[in-house]
Design a protein around this ligand. Structure first.
Ligand SMILES: NC(=O)C1=CN([C@@H]2O[C@H](COP(=O)(O)OP(=O)(O)OC[C@H]3O[C@@H](n4cnc5c(N)ncnc54)[C@H](O)[C@@H]3O)[C@@H](O)[C@H]2O)C=CC1
Length: 360
Protein backbone atom coordinates (compact mmCIF):
# COMPACT_ATOMS: atom_id res chain seq x y z
CA UNK A 1 0.00 0.00 0.00
CA UNK A 2 3.00 2.29 0.67
CA UNK A 3 3.67 2.56 -3.07
CA UNK A 4 0.07 3.53 -3.78
CA UNK A 5 -0.01 6.66 -1.57
CA UNK A 6 1.86 9.00 -3.95
CA UNK A 7 -0.19 7.88 -6.99
CA UNK A 8 -3.48 7.61 -5.13
CA UNK A 9 -5.18 10.50 -6.95
CA UNK A 10 -4.40 9.09 -10.37
CA UNK A 11 -5.42 5.58 -9.34
CA UNK A 12 -8.80 6.69 -7.98
CA UNK A 13 -9.62 8.94 -10.95
CA UNK A 14 -8.74 6.20 -13.40
CA UNK A 15 -10.59 3.62 -11.32
CA UNK A 16 -13.88 5.56 -11.47
CA UNK A 17 -13.39 6.31 -15.16
CA UNK A 18 -12.93 2.59 -15.88
CA UNK A 19 -15.85 1.64 -13.66
CA UNK A 20 -18.30 4.01 -15.31
CA UNK A 21 -17.16 3.18 -18.86
CA UNK A 22 -17.24 -0.57 -18.33
CA UNK A 23 -20.29 -0.62 -16.08
CA UNK A 24 -22.42 2.45 -16.84
CA UNK A 25 -25.29 0.88 -14.89
CA UNK A 26 -23.29 1.49 -11.67
CA UNK A 27 -23.06 5.28 -12.18
CA UNK A 28 -26.50 5.82 -10.63
CA UNK A 29 -25.31 4.35 -7.32
CA UNK A 30 -22.91 7.27 -6.87
CA UNK A 31 -23.58 10.97 -6.23
CA UNK A 32 -23.68 13.39 -9.15
CA UNK A 33 -20.57 15.19 -7.82
CA UNK A 34 -17.83 12.72 -6.98
CA UNK A 35 -15.42 14.93 -4.99
CA UNK A 36 -15.58 13.42 -1.49
CA UNK A 37 -16.65 10.05 -2.84
CA UNK A 38 -13.30 9.71 -4.56
CA UNK A 39 -11.35 9.84 -1.31
CA UNK A 40 -13.70 7.41 0.35
CA UNK A 41 -12.62 4.40 -1.68
CA UNK A 42 -8.99 5.15 -0.99
CA UNK A 43 -9.58 5.71 2.71
CA UNK A 44 -11.42 2.41 2.94
CA UNK A 45 -8.50 0.65 1.25
CA UNK A 46 -5.95 2.37 3.47
CA UNK A 47 -7.94 1.54 6.62
CA UNK A 48 -8.20 -2.09 5.52
CA UNK A 49 -4.44 -2.19 4.82
CA UNK A 50 -3.75 -0.64 8.24
CA UNK A 51 -5.53 -3.53 9.97
CA UNK A 52 -4.21 -6.29 7.73
CA UNK A 53 -2.25 -7.85 10.61
CA UNK A 54 -5.20 -7.68 12.98
CA UNK A 55 -7.83 -9.96 11.43
CA UNK A 56 -10.56 -9.44 14.10
CA UNK A 57 -10.42 -5.63 13.66
CA UNK A 58 -10.20 -5.93 9.87
CA UNK A 59 -13.17 -8.29 9.71
CA UNK A 60 -15.29 -6.06 11.95
CA UNK A 61 -14.38 -3.03 9.82
CA UNK A 62 -15.30 -4.85 6.60
CA UNK A 63 -18.54 -6.20 8.05
CA UNK A 64 -19.59 -2.67 8.98
CA UNK A 65 -18.59 -1.46 5.55
CA UNK A 66 -20.61 -4.24 3.91
CA UNK A 67 -23.69 -3.47 6.01
CA UNK A 68 -23.25 0.25 5.35
CA UNK A 69 -23.13 -0.36 1.58
CA UNK A 70 -26.67 -1.76 1.54
CA UNK A 71 -28.12 1.77 1.59
CA UNK A 72 -26.29 2.60 -1.66
CA UNK A 73 -28.04 -0.30 -3.40
CA UNK A 74 -24.79 -2.32 -3.68
CA UNK A 75 -25.40 -5.91 -4.84
CA UNK A 76 -23.01 -8.91 -4.58
CA UNK A 77 -22.47 -8.86 -8.36
CA UNK A 78 -21.11 -5.30 -8.14
CA UNK A 79 -18.05 -6.38 -6.14
CA UNK A 80 -16.24 -8.27 -8.96
CA UNK A 81 -16.84 -5.29 -11.28
CA UNK A 82 -15.25 -2.93 -8.74
CA UNK A 83 -12.36 -5.36 -8.12
CA UNK A 84 -11.59 -5.73 -11.79
CA UNK A 85 -11.47 -1.92 -12.32
CA UNK A 86 -9.44 -1.37 -9.15
CA UNK A 87 -6.84 -3.86 -10.31
CA UNK A 88 -6.96 -2.32 -13.78
CA UNK A 89 -6.20 1.12 -12.30
CA UNK A 90 -3.46 -0.17 -10.01
CA UNK A 91 -1.71 -2.08 -12.76
CA UNK A 92 -1.70 1.04 -14.94
CA UNK A 93 -0.10 3.35 -12.36
CA UNK A 94 1.82 1.11 -9.92
CA UNK A 95 4.06 -0.05 -12.74
CA UNK A 96 7.19 -0.09 -10.55
CA UNK A 97 5.83 -2.85 -8.32
CA UNK A 98 3.25 -4.53 -10.52
CA UNK A 99 3.89 -8.06 -11.73
CA UNK A 100 1.90 -11.28 -11.92
CA UNK A 101 2.58 -12.10 -8.30
CA UNK A 102 1.43 -8.67 -7.05
CA UNK A 103 -1.68 -8.96 -9.17
CA UNK A 104 -2.46 -12.42 -7.81
CA UNK A 105 -1.99 -11.14 -4.24
CA UNK A 106 -4.36 -8.19 -4.87
CA UNK A 107 -6.96 -10.48 -6.44
CA UNK A 108 -6.77 -12.83 -3.44
CA UNK A 109 -6.98 -10.00 -0.90
CA UNK A 110 -9.81 -8.22 -2.71
CA UNK A 111 -11.81 -11.44 -3.15
CA UNK A 112 -11.48 -12.37 0.53
CA UNK A 113 -12.31 -8.87 1.75
CA UNK A 114 -15.26 -8.35 -0.55
CA UNK A 115 -16.68 -11.74 0.48
CA UNK A 116 -16.67 -10.57 4.12
CA UNK A 117 -18.63 -7.46 3.05
CA UNK A 118 -21.07 -9.48 0.91
CA UNK A 119 -21.71 -12.00 3.72
CA UNK A 120 -22.24 -9.25 6.32
CA UNK A 121 -24.73 -7.48 4.03
CA UNK A 122 -26.61 -10.75 3.41
CA UNK A 123 -26.89 -11.48 7.15
CA UNK A 124 -28.00 -7.90 7.83
CA UNK A 125 -30.67 -8.16 5.14
CA UNK A 126 -32.45 -10.79 7.22
CA UNK A 127 -32.90 -8.49 10.20
CA UNK A 128 -32.75 -4.83 9.20
CA UNK A 129 -33.80 -2.57 6.34
CA UNK A 130 -31.10 -1.15 4.05
CA UNK A 131 -32.20 2.33 5.13
CA UNK A 132 -34.94 4.07 7.09
CA UNK A 133 -37.10 6.96 6.00
CA UNK A 134 -37.37 9.59 8.71
CA UNK A 135 -39.65 12.60 8.81
CA UNK A 136 -38.49 15.90 10.26
CA UNK A 137 -40.93 16.60 13.11
CA UNK A 138 -39.13 19.60 14.64
CA UNK A 139 -36.50 22.02 13.43
CA UNK A 140 -35.07 24.39 16.01
CA UNK A 141 -32.56 26.97 14.76
CA UNK A 142 -30.39 27.59 17.85
CA UNK A 143 -27.84 29.97 16.33
CA UNK A 144 -27.44 31.44 12.84
CA UNK A 145 -25.86 28.18 11.72
CA UNK A 146 -26.76 25.43 14.20
CA UNK A 147 -30.07 23.56 14.11
CA UNK A 148 -31.44 20.83 16.35
CA UNK A 149 -33.49 18.43 14.25
CA UNK A 150 -35.95 15.88 15.61
CA UNK A 151 -36.80 13.00 13.28
CA UNK A 152 -39.38 10.25 13.36
CA UNK A 153 -38.12 7.07 11.64
CA UNK A 154 -40.70 5.01 9.70
CA UNK A 155 -39.81 1.88 11.70
CA UNK A 156 -37.90 1.23 14.93
CA UNK A 157 -34.31 2.40 14.61
CA UNK A 158 -31.79 0.57 16.85
CA UNK A 159 -28.75 2.49 18.09
CA UNK A 160 -26.64 3.17 21.18
CA UNK A 161 -25.88 6.54 22.77
CA UNK A 162 -22.55 7.80 21.39
CA UNK A 163 -23.12 6.35 17.89
CA UNK A 164 -23.86 8.15 14.62
CA UNK A 165 -26.05 7.63 11.57
CA UNK A 166 -25.40 8.41 7.93
CA UNK A 167 -28.04 10.69 6.53
CA UNK A 168 -29.13 11.62 2.99
CA UNK A 169 -31.34 14.62 2.24
CA UNK A 170 -33.82 14.84 -0.65
CA UNK A 171 -31.84 17.82 -1.99
CA UNK A 172 -28.52 16.00 -2.51
CA UNK A 173 -29.37 12.45 -3.58
CA UNK A 174 -26.77 9.80 -2.81
CA UNK A 175 -24.65 12.24 -0.79
CA UNK A 176 -24.46 10.76 2.70
CA UNK A 177 -23.00 12.46 5.77
CA UNK A 178 -22.54 11.25 9.33
CA UNK A 179 -24.26 12.88 12.31
CA UNK A 180 -24.08 11.71 15.93
CA UNK A 181 -27.31 11.08 17.83
CA UNK A 182 -27.87 13.88 20.31
CA UNK A 183 -30.12 11.83 22.60
CA UNK A 184 -30.07 8.36 24.07
CA UNK A 185 -32.70 5.99 22.55
CA UNK A 186 -36.15 7.35 23.53
CA UNK A 187 -39.34 5.50 24.34
CA UNK A 188 -41.18 7.47 21.61
CA UNK A 189 -38.60 6.35 19.02
CA UNK A 190 -37.71 9.94 18.00
CA UNK A 191 -34.12 10.79 17.05
CA UNK A 192 -32.33 14.12 17.46
CA UNK A 193 -29.31 15.52 15.65
CA UNK A 194 -27.33 18.75 16.02
CA UNK A 195 -26.24 20.12 12.66
CA UNK A 196 -23.93 23.03 11.95
CA UNK A 197 -23.99 24.56 8.47
CA UNK A 198 -20.39 24.80 7.30
CA UNK A 199 -19.13 26.61 4.19
CA UNK A 200 -19.51 24.36 1.12
CA UNK A 201 -21.30 21.77 3.26
CA UNK A 202 -24.18 20.86 0.96
CA UNK A 203 -25.89 18.43 3.31
CA UNK A 204 -25.39 20.42 6.49
CA UNK A 205 -26.51 23.68 4.84
CA UNK A 206 -29.69 22.11 3.54
CA UNK A 207 -30.44 20.52 6.92
CA UNK A 208 -29.95 23.83 8.73
CA UNK A 209 -31.41 26.32 6.25
CA UNK A 210 -33.84 24.34 4.11
CA UNK A 211 -35.25 21.38 6.03
CA UNK A 212 -38.67 21.90 7.59
CA UNK A 213 -41.13 19.72 9.49
CA UNK A 214 -42.70 17.28 7.02
CA UNK A 215 -39.50 16.80 4.96
CA UNK A 216 -38.31 13.22 4.73
CA UNK A 217 -34.66 12.14 4.83
CA UNK A 218 -33.04 8.71 4.63
CA UNK A 219 -30.94 7.18 7.40
CA UNK A 220 -28.38 4.40 7.12
CA UNK A 221 -27.74 2.04 10.04
CA UNK A 222 -26.12 3.32 13.24
CA UNK A 223 -22.34 3.03 13.44
CA UNK A 224 -19.42 3.96 15.66
CA UNK A 225 -17.92 2.53 18.80
CA UNK A 226 -17.77 5.66 20.97
CA UNK A 227 -20.26 4.10 23.38
CA UNK A 228 -20.27 3.74 27.15
CA UNK A 229 -18.92 0.47 28.51
CA UNK A 230 -21.51 -0.23 31.20
CA UNK A 231 -19.47 -3.08 32.69
CA UNK A 232 -17.08 -0.50 34.17
CA UNK A 233 -17.72 1.76 37.13
CA UNK A 234 -14.97 4.36 36.88
CA UNK A 235 -15.47 7.99 35.93
CA UNK A 236 -16.02 9.42 32.47
CA UNK A 237 -14.28 12.49 31.14
CA UNK A 238 -16.13 13.84 28.09
CA UNK A 239 -14.83 16.61 25.84
CA UNK A 240 -17.37 18.01 23.40
CA UNK A 241 -16.33 20.79 20.99
CA UNK A 242 -19.11 22.71 19.20
CA UNK A 243 -21.75 20.32 17.85
CA UNK A 244 -19.49 17.55 19.17
CA UNK A 245 -21.47 18.00 22.39
CA UNK A 246 -24.32 16.00 20.78
CA UNK A 247 -23.07 12.45 21.48
CA UNK A 248 -21.80 13.57 24.91
CA UNK A 249 -25.33 14.61 25.83
CA UNK A 250 -26.65 11.27 24.53
CA UNK A 251 -24.14 9.38 26.70
CA UNK A 252 -25.05 11.44 29.79
CA UNK A 253 -28.75 10.66 29.22
CA UNK A 254 -27.89 6.99 28.77
CA UNK A 255 -26.06 6.93 32.13
CA UNK A 256 -28.92 8.80 33.81
CA UNK A 257 -31.48 6.30 32.51
CA UNK A 258 -29.44 3.44 33.94
CA UNK A 259 -29.33 5.23 37.32
CA UNK A 260 -25.55 5.25 37.11
CA UNK A 261 -23.62 6.96 39.88
CA UNK A 262 -20.35 7.05 37.92
CA UNK A 263 -18.76 10.49 38.07
CA UNK A 264 -19.08 12.25 34.71
CA UNK A 265 -17.13 15.41 33.94
CA UNK A 266 -18.13 17.23 30.77
CA UNK A 267 -16.01 19.98 29.20
CA UNK A 268 -18.07 21.81 26.58
CA UNK A 269 -15.92 23.93 24.24
CA UNK A 270 -17.18 26.71 21.99
CA UNK A 271 -15.79 29.76 20.26
CA UNK A 272 -18.10 32.28 21.98
CA UNK A 273 -20.78 32.21 24.69
CA UNK A 274 -23.36 32.41 21.94
CA UNK A 275 -22.02 29.19 20.39
CA UNK A 276 -22.79 27.25 23.60
CA UNK A 277 -26.17 26.53 22.03
CA UNK A 278 -26.98 23.53 24.26
CA UNK A 279 -25.56 24.69 27.58
CA UNK A 280 -29.01 25.09 29.19
CA UNK A 281 -29.85 21.42 28.56
CA UNK A 282 -26.55 20.32 30.06
CA UNK A 283 -26.91 22.56 33.09
CA UNK A 284 -30.41 21.16 33.66
CA UNK A 285 -28.99 17.64 33.54
CA UNK A 286 -26.28 18.72 36.00
CA UNK A 287 -28.94 20.03 38.39
CA UNK A 288 -30.80 16.72 38.44
CA UNK A 289 -27.74 14.49 38.64
CA UNK A 290 -25.17 15.06 41.40
CA UNK A 291 -22.63 12.78 39.64
CA UNK A 292 -22.48 15.15 36.64
CA UNK A 293 -20.25 18.24 36.38
CA UNK A 294 -20.45 20.48 33.30
CA UNK A 295 -17.84 23.12 32.53
CA UNK A 296 -17.99 25.49 29.60
CA UNK A 297 -14.69 26.43 27.95
CA UNK A 298 -15.17 29.46 25.74
CA UNK A 299 -12.22 30.25 23.45
CA UNK A 300 -12.84 33.98 23.68
CA UNK A 301 -12.57 33.97 27.47
CA UNK A 302 -10.41 30.96 28.35
CA UNK A 303 -6.66 31.20 28.18
CA UNK A 304 -6.39 27.65 26.90
CA UNK A 305 -8.27 25.62 24.28
CA UNK A 306 -10.56 22.77 25.14
CA UNK A 307 -8.26 19.75 25.53
CA UNK A 308 -5.76 21.68 27.64
CA UNK A 309 -8.49 23.03 29.92
CA UNK A 310 -8.67 19.65 31.68
CA UNK A 311 -5.22 20.24 33.18
CA UNK A 312 -6.54 22.45 35.95
CA UNK A 313 -8.79 19.60 37.19
CA UNK A 314 -8.49 15.88 37.78
CA UNK A 315 -6.63 13.65 38.52
CA UNK A 316 -7.87 11.76 35.45
CA UNK A 317 -5.81 8.58 35.58
CA UNK A 318 -8.81 6.41 36.53
CA UNK A 319 -11.18 7.97 34.01
CA UNK A 320 -12.37 6.72 30.60
CA UNK A 321 -12.18 9.57 28.10
CA UNK A 322 -14.46 10.51 25.22
CA UNK A 323 -13.52 13.06 22.57
CA UNK A 324 -16.09 14.48 20.20
CA UNK A 325 -15.71 17.53 18.00
CA UNK A 326 -13.74 18.94 15.07
CA UNK A 327 -10.87 16.79 13.73
CA UNK A 328 -8.26 19.27 15.06
CA UNK A 329 -9.70 19.01 18.56
CA UNK A 330 -9.52 15.24 18.42
CA UNK A 331 -5.96 15.26 17.11
CA UNK A 332 -4.86 17.64 19.88
CA UNK A 333 -7.06 15.97 22.47
CA UNK A 334 -5.44 12.54 22.30
CA UNK A 335 -1.95 13.69 23.42
CA UNK A 336 -3.51 16.00 26.04
CA UNK A 337 -5.45 13.09 27.56
CA UNK A 338 -2.41 10.79 27.37
CA UNK A 339 -0.39 13.48 29.18
CA UNK A 340 -3.09 13.55 31.85
CA UNK A 341 -2.38 9.86 32.50
CA UNK A 342 -5.22 8.21 30.55
CA UNK A 343 -3.95 5.23 28.55
CA UNK A 344 -4.72 5.16 24.80
CA UNK A 345 -7.09 2.19 25.06
CA UNK A 346 -9.35 4.19 27.39
CA UNK A 347 -9.64 7.17 25.02
CA UNK A 348 -12.58 6.87 22.64
CA UNK A 349 -13.47 8.97 19.62
CA UNK A 350 -14.86 8.51 16.14
CA UNK A 351 -12.57 8.10 13.16
CA UNK A 352 -11.05 11.45 12.22
CA UNK A 353 -11.36 10.54 8.49
CA UNK A 354 -15.11 10.09 8.83
CA UNK A 355 -15.36 13.38 10.71
CA UNK A 356 -13.64 15.25 7.90
CA UNK A 357 -16.44 14.08 5.62
CA UNK A 358 -19.02 14.76 8.34
CA UNK A 359 -17.71 18.34 8.44
CA UNK A 360 -19.35 18.88 5.06
N1 LIG B 1 -18.59 12.22 17.14
C1 LIG B 1 -17.91 13.30 16.92
O1 LIG B 1 -16.71 13.38 17.12
C2 LIG B 1 -18.63 14.50 16.45
C3 LIG B 1 -17.93 15.46 15.77
N2 LIG B 1 -18.56 16.57 15.31
C4 LIG B 1 -17.73 17.49 14.56
O2 LIG B 1 -17.52 18.60 15.41
C5 LIG B 1 -17.31 19.74 14.63
C6 LIG B 1 -18.11 20.84 15.23
O3 LIG B 1 -17.86 22.01 14.57
P1 LIG B 1 -18.03 23.42 15.26
O4 LIG B 1 -19.27 23.38 16.08
O5 LIG B 1 -17.87 24.40 14.15
O6 LIG B 1 -16.78 23.47 16.23
P2 LIG B 1 -15.74 24.67 16.36
O7 LIG B 1 -14.80 24.67 15.23
O8 LIG B 1 -16.50 25.90 16.69
O9 LIG B 1 -14.91 24.18 17.64
C7 LIG B 1 -15.55 23.96 18.88
C8 LIG B 1 -14.51 23.96 19.96
O10 LIG B 1 -13.62 22.86 19.81
C9 LIG B 1 -12.33 23.25 20.28
N3 LIG B 1 -11.38 23.14 19.15
C10 LIG B 1 -11.63 23.39 17.85
N4 LIG B 1 -10.53 23.19 17.11
C11 LIG B 1 -9.56 22.80 17.97
C12 LIG B 1 -8.20 22.44 17.82
N5 LIG B 1 -7.60 22.41 16.63
N6 LIG B 1 -7.51 22.08 18.92
C13 LIG B 1 -8.10 22.07 20.11
N7 LIG B 1 -9.38 22.42 20.33
C14 LIG B 1 -10.10 22.77 19.27
C15 LIG B 1 -12.42 24.66 20.75
O11 LIG B 1 -12.71 24.62 22.13
C16 LIG B 1 -13.61 25.16 19.96
O12 LIG B 1 -14.27 26.23 20.58
C17 LIG B 1 -17.65 19.39 13.19
O13 LIG B 1 -16.44 19.19 12.51
C18 LIG B 1 -18.38 18.06 13.34
O14 LIG B 1 -18.17 17.22 12.23
C19 LIG B 1 -19.86 16.81 15.57
C20 LIG B 1 -20.61 15.87 16.24
C21 LIG B 1 -20.06 14.65 16.70
Amino acid sequence: MGEIGPIADKVTSYFYALLFVRHPELRSLFPAAMDTQRDRLLKALLTAAEHIDNPPVLVEYLQNLGRGHRKYGTRPEHYPAVGECLIGALSKYATGIWDRETEAAWVRAYTTMSQVMIDAAATDELRAPAWWHAEVVAHDLRTADVAVLTLRPDQPYPFLAGQYASLETPWWPRVWRHYSFASAPRSDGLLTFHVKAVPAGWVSNSLVHRARPGDVVRLGPAGGSMTVDHTRDNGLLCLGGGTGIAPVKAMVEDLAERSSRRPVEVFYGARTDHDLYDIDTLLRLQQSHPWLTVRAVVDQRAHVQLPDAIRGYGPWTEYDAYLSGPPGMIRNGIPALRAAGIPAHRIRHDSVEELVVAGD
